[in-house]
Ligand binder design. Structure first.
Ligand code: ZN
Length: 260
């Protein structure tokens, strides 16, 4: 397992802790609220152990793959399946499908990750990749990315009105729920991604352009850093500190009284 450099207090989640979270703390009511904003039937996905190297022995073969969960009765069934896999990450598919499973649109989203920030200490993404630290990040990079989220939010307010920020565990996602954004074609999405990038924002173009269509499920656990994926109001952004904010610290860490 790779040891990523992370802000103090963040670390990979152990299997029994993933179980503790999904059995005790995973808030299905809030997940239901979230998915009520989206459209159509949701397809979920989990990654069991690709980045952490931590997985139940019986899923060794599938640890690196993306396991699609498209058959589930309801959210409590989704939880049961999650407890079975004990994944490092839970996602949903932003594509909107009709009853026959044909794609009829996609939720527009922006992904801002701290590894895309050039850091005076850790360098740029290429430097970090060379050291096998493509997923590591430091507090400085996290602070920079938070500033960018506020700026990008304001930039997007000119064009959209239903904007929701989510703390993803490492960085932030901005989801757009304006109805017309669902029907943007590939060209339009690519155009938006390029324009945002040209404005200097450290986004992952693949997510906005639509090629990478999975996005972390809010209120799930990011097992790389042991933080809960958390939607945030814009006014909370400037003061939000994911290292210490109780709302994103899972109970299993809180019980161990993680200090700064
Ligand atoms: Zn750094």
């Amino acid at each position: 397992m790779t040891n990523y450099y992370l802000p103090r207090g963040m670390r990979c989640t152990k299997l029994e802790e993933r179980r503790d979270f999904y059995v005790q703390q995973f808030d299905l009511g809030r997940v239901a609220d979230w998915i009520s904003k989206t459209r159509g039937r949701i397809v979920y996905a989990v990654i069991i152990g690709r980045h952490t190297g931590i997985y139940p022995e019986k899923y060794k073969e599938d640890a690196n793959t993306t396991v699609i969960i498209d058959e589930y009765r309801d959210l409590s069934d989704l939880r049961d399946q999650t407890v079975e896999f004990l994944p490092e990450a839970v996602y949903y598919d932003r594509n909107v499908y009709d009853n026959k499973g044909r794609k009829k649109g996609q939720e527009l989203a922006f992904d801002l990750d701290p590894e895309n920030i050039t850091c005076p200490i850790h360098g740029n993404l290429a430097d970090k990749m060379k050291r096998g630290q493509g997923l590591g990040f430091c507090k400085l990079e996290l602070e920079k990315i938070e500033e960018q989220v506020v700026d990008l939010y304001e930039h997007l307010e000119g064009q959209f009105s239903k904007i929701q920020v989510v703390y993803s565990g490492r960085g932030f996602h901005i989801h757009i729920f304006d109805p017309e954004a669902y029907s943007f074609d590939e060209r339009k999405r690519t155009e938006i991604a390029r324009s945002v990038k040209e404005h200097g924002f450290a986004i992952d173009e693949w997510v906005t352009a639509g090629e990478m269509r999975l996005i972390r499920l809010p209120y799930s656990l990011n097992g790389l850093v042991s933080r809960i994926v958390l939607p945030l109001a814009k006014k909370e952004l400037e003061k939000f500190d994911p290292v210490h904010d109780k709302r994103c610290i899972p109970d299993f860490l809180d019980r161990q009284k993680v200090t700064s």
